[in-house]
Design a protein around this ligand. Structure first.
Ligand code: MLT
Length: 398
């Protein structure tokens, strides 16, 4: 008899974005005449930057020639991409060794997989609301989870509570879904808390490229002492439109060490390497060359132009909400607009209203945690035309 994982019974029936997709597909099938504008899942719409495409084409051609063909790549990723990332981090004043950078197929996979290197007895601290992957991946392991509340009062940026003991802390800044971003002073408090408690911070920096306020940290490693208590996960999905191309990276500092329950001290960098070499065979050469191109001066220029386009979409949505007197967060330093549902509607009620009356798809805040109830997320990743049409509908019918 094979027993299946009981912990799956603690999960909701389907993952948030699948649930939204199913509802929209059912609605579309029943109302084929309705032109639906998708501001739900954070999927990009602009094509890859030209330098990225050129790099992919060149790499693809190399794969078709005996002399330049590549089989399995180096386990942590190609040195050229690790070095490009070391340089990128140096741009925010963070010094890394190439061996601290692990190339992956995206932050979502790393977020789930990193749970392998931690004992199941750890207490997990998760913001509420937040990206549902942190919660679900730990629920799958049956771990004890505590929540820290994001509220309008704390600007959706929960801070450490000395009375709450946790071993693994998830922070996402700029935050998905609220768009709120921690300041350096706030991250200093988190680093101090983690060091005091021997905890490890899993810092999701997937939206760092949207930060425009020069005072805000782009990486937790800009905070002194973070290398002894944090792992950073990042992705090119939003930074460079890689949602379908798949490439991300995780930084596991060499200085980060913790003990097993039996008292043996281990390097988390070595553990992650062991885990990845056992369960993962790396990102395609073609994709790593494409990622390398993102970090060239021309790549940065082209990708930044795309980010500016999305930020303008965010500004347009924010402006319409402001005119309607609707409270919202995010939209600057972030591609997400986190708004309070009007007329005290619940999140799913507002989802239905937007879909059925305005033909707009968003994401119900309650899908990001119980504190998200009564809130709603719109993304800035649609085309300008679709965003303008959505804004016109919001202005007219909200
Ligand atoms: C989102 O919409 O929250 C993201 O696109 C999901 C993800 O990055 O996996």
């Amino acid at each position: 008899m094979a027993w299946v994982n009981e912990n799956f019974t603690a999960l909701q029936d389907s993952y948030l974005f699948s649930q939204v997709a199913h509802k929209v597909a059912a609605y579309s099938a029943a109302h084929p005449e309705q032109k639906i504008i998708r501001l739900g899942i954070g999927d990009v719409t602009l094509p890859l930057a030209p330098v990225v495409v050129e790099a992919m084409q060149k790499a693809a051609a190399e794969m078709g020639v005996k002399e330049t063909f590549r089989g399995y790549g180096p386990e942590q990723g190609y040195g050229f991409l690790q070095e490009a990332l070391v340089k990128y981090y140096a741009g925010f004043g963070v010094t890394l060794e190439a061996s601290e950078v692990f190339i992956s197929d995206g932050a979502k996979s790393d977020c789930g997989n990193i749970t392998d290197i931690f004992d199941d007895a750890n207490v997990i601290l998760v913001p509420d609301p937040v990206y549902p992957v942190y919660l679900d991946t730990n629920r799958m392991r049956g771990r004890k989870i505590r929540f820290m509340e994001g509220t309008p009062e704390n600007g959706f940026l929960p801070m450490p509570d000395p009375a709450v003991k946790a071993d693994i802390i998830y922070l996402c800044s700029p935050n998905n879904p609220t768009g709120a971003a921690y300041s350096k002073a706030q991250l200093k408090e988190w680093v101090a808390y983690a060091r005091q408690n021997g905890a490890v911070i899993l810092y999701d920096a997937a939206y760092e490229a949207f930060i425009e306020d020069g005072e805000l940290p782009r990486s937790i490693f800009q905070i002194e002492g973070a290398k002894e208590c944090a792992i950073e996960l990042c992705s090119l999905s939003k930074t460079a439109g890689f949602t379908g191309t798949r490439c991300g990276y995780t930084v596991v500092p060499l200085a980060l060490k913790r003990k097993t329950k039996s008292g043996k001290e281990l390097s988390l960098n070595k553990m992650w390497l062991r885990r990845q070499t056992t369960k993962f065979n790396g990102v395609p050469y073609v994709v790593q060359r494409a990622a390398e191109a993102v970090f060239t001066p021309e790549g940065q220029k082209q990708c930044r132009a795309n980010l500016a386009y999305y930020k303008e979409n965010a500004r347009l949505i924010g402006q319409a909400l402001e005119e309607k007197g609707i409270l919202y967060y995010g939209g600057t330093n972030s591609p997400y607009i986190w708004l309070q549902c009007p007329r005290q509607m619940k999140s799913w009620e507002f989802f239905d209203f937007l879909l059925e009356k305005l033909g707009i798809v968003g994401t119900p805040g309650s899908g990001f945690g119980s504190r998200g109830e009564g809130w709603f997320r719109l993304t800035a990743f649609a085309s300008r035309e679709a965003t303008e049409e959505a804004v016109a509908r919001l202005r007219k019918q909200l």
